[in-house]
Design a protein around this ligand. Sequence first.
Ligand SMILES: NC(=O)c1ccc[n+]([C@@H]2O[C@H](COP(=O)([O-])OP(=O)(O)OC[C@H]3O[C@@H](n4cnc5c(N)ncnc54)[C@H](O)[C@@H]3O)[C@@H](O)[C@H]2O)c1
Ligand SMILES: [Zn+2]
Ligand SMILES: [Zn+2]
Length: 363
Amino acid sequence: MKALVYGGPGKRTWGSVPDPSIVEPTDAIVRIDSSTICGTDLHILKGDVPEVVPGTVLGHEAVGTIVEVGAAVTTVRPGDRVLISCITSCGRCRFCKEGRYGLCTGGGGWILGHLIDGVQAEYARVPFADTSVYKVPDGLTDEHVLFLADILPTAYEVGVLAGRVEPGDTVAIVGAGPIGLATIMTAKLHSPGRIVAIDLDSSRLDKALEFGADVAIDNASGDAVAKVADLTEGLGADVAIEAVGVPETFELCAELIRPGGRLANVGVHGHPATLHLEKLWIRDVLITTGLVDTTTTPKLMRLIESGRLDPTVFATHRFALADSEDAYEVFGAAAESHALKVVLSAESVGQDVAERHEVPVTA
Ligand SMILES: NC(=O)c1ccc[n+]([C@@H]2O[C@H](COP(=O)([O-])OP(=O)(O)OC[C@H]3O[C@@H](n4cnc5c(N)ncnc54)[C@H](O)[C@@H]3O)[C@@H](O)[C@H]2O)c1
Ligand SMILES: [Zn+2]
Ligand SMILES: [Zn+2]
């Protein structure tokens, strides 16, 4: 088969690799129908994630059709359309039993496109299929559910739920990339009083307003703290959500929250940030961190099914899987291309989705 293979820092190739096969009885083999690229894939390509070894197939977000299952798999069968999530769950370890799949110690967690071959490929082996894939309801297209593989549960769990967004709250979201925008989208489920988006890029701030932010602040102006204070009678935001991953934005969030407020860090940090405990200790603030668990994926899927969430707006560019090298160029140059998420499709771009799922599969 063909797949997008990591060749070491700065190197990636769409090329031939061996077909995946069942290794454990809990595995499934999935034909990839749609996949997408994540900012984390760009981090891997920069060499920031050294545990990814050259030769690994990249990608941890996809929708596909099961073509084969191991002997122990009972809840999905060949022909089923499934969402493949960024997080795999063994279902048996202490953390999986607590619903904390991101911390799985039984061989799951974030493994696809990281510790084992990923899903930017024609086929993929998905371990622990019973507890790690989600059947796609009839009537939903790949693009309806694809972004449930990572950005939506990440934004909702690590941002909105960890930050305990409540009705009426002023929520400041720093960073309006795919994660920040997904945070705006899912924060609205909790009826905040006001959503303030803070970014440096004017096109991202325009997007934030389109996604439902009430106020957009250009962080280059340097007065985000004063502007949020003005909006909140001098108190600060009830919740600040960090969706960038650099020290300055974490430190900004700590300044944006009111006494008794909550700071939810979503960004992945490569450098230490300063925690001003000398100012914070007396302010009763809550600071949370986290990797997504994806426990809310079924709930978010139901909201998409009922039409209350529409993540299709994240799909700004479409490519055939075979052209994924071009897709990386466009996604990697988001400042110029204005890409949010690029969809990599198994069929030639533009083909009717319903047709694609009538392809026969082996039983
Ligand atoms: N915790 C998790 O489980 C998890 C999962 C997925 C992604 N992430 C992380 O979430 C973060 C956001 O992801 P993304 O894909 O949206 O990234 P992105 O790079 O597409 O977006 C980041 C945004 O931050 C803005 N920005 C940069 N510097 C800024 C500053 N000083 N002030 C204000 N805005 C600034 C950029 O203009 C951009 O719009 C990343 O660090 C990513 O690795 C975390
Ligand atoms: Zn991702
Ligand atoms: Zn586990």
